[in-house]
Design a protein around this ligand. Structure first.
Ligand code: 5GP
Length: 200
């Protein structure tokens, strides 16, 4: 498939509460969109889940490794996510390498991280993925067998806090159907690519 002519990349950011289906939507966009999108691999101190691979899903770092890199200023943003749990961060190297190659780095990060990125990259294309409904969000969170009741409650509270900041994003997408959400996002990205090309 031919890709639209775009000479330099743009930063694309996705956030949304846990349980909104964000990862599935982002995966769909990466597969379907004809722009040169490339997923930025974050660093984290969270241990890998079964089937997760270092350097593919995340750069898995010890606390010490993470903070050494933090002190060296290697992160575009980094935060503790979920109740002061594990650290997560976007490496500048991931984003800069993609932009320099004319690609569009895609970040899937929490709201605190996204707000920090917006300050440094005000022209970033930021998307907030909303769950279909509050009921649907709770159903999805409860459906995750790994979550105990306390964790579900914490995630619901965290989701409400994140949703309260949704209007800071340039685009809000409701994920009531994954294929619709993916189509809408790809359409917006293609429009932005055209604007970007014509502006040159
Ligand atoms: P998980 O541990 O389920 O992969 O991710 C937990 C949360 O961390 C998700 O909300 C995800 O978007 C967020 N996250 C993943 N990578 C980063 C990152 O580099 N920076 C920030 N701020 N959040 C991240």
């Amino acid at each position: 498939m031919t890709q639209p002519q775009v000479e330099s990349g743009k930063l694309v950011v996705f956030s949304g509460p846990s349980g909104a289906g964000k990862t599935t939507v982002v995966r769909g966009v990466l597969q379907q969109c004809r722009l040169p999108l490339v997923l930025s691999i974050s660093a984290t101190t969270r241990p890998p889940r079964p089937a997760e691979r270092d350097g593919v899903d995340y750069h898995f770092l010890s606390e010490q490794q993470f903070h050494t890199r933090r002190r060296r200023g290697e992160f575009l943003e980094c935060f503790r996510v979920f109740d002061g749990g594990h650290w997560y961060g976007t490496l500048k190297s991931e984003v800069d390498a993609a932009l320099a190659a004319g690609k569009w780095p895609v970040l899937e990060i929490d709201v605190q991280g996204a707000l920090a990125v917006m300050e440094r990259h005000p022209d970033a294309l930021t998307f907030f993925i909303q769950p279909g409904s509050a009921k649907e969000l709770e159903r999805r969170l409860r459906g995750r067998a790994t979550e105990d009741e306390d964790a579900v409650r914490r995630r619901l509270a965290c989701a409400r806090d994140e949703i309260a900041l949704a209007d800071r994003y340039r685009f809000q997408i409701t994920n009531d159907r994954v294929d619709h959400a993916v189509d809408q996002i790809c359409h917006i990205l293609n429009q932005e690519a055209e604007k970007h090309t014509y502006a040159r």
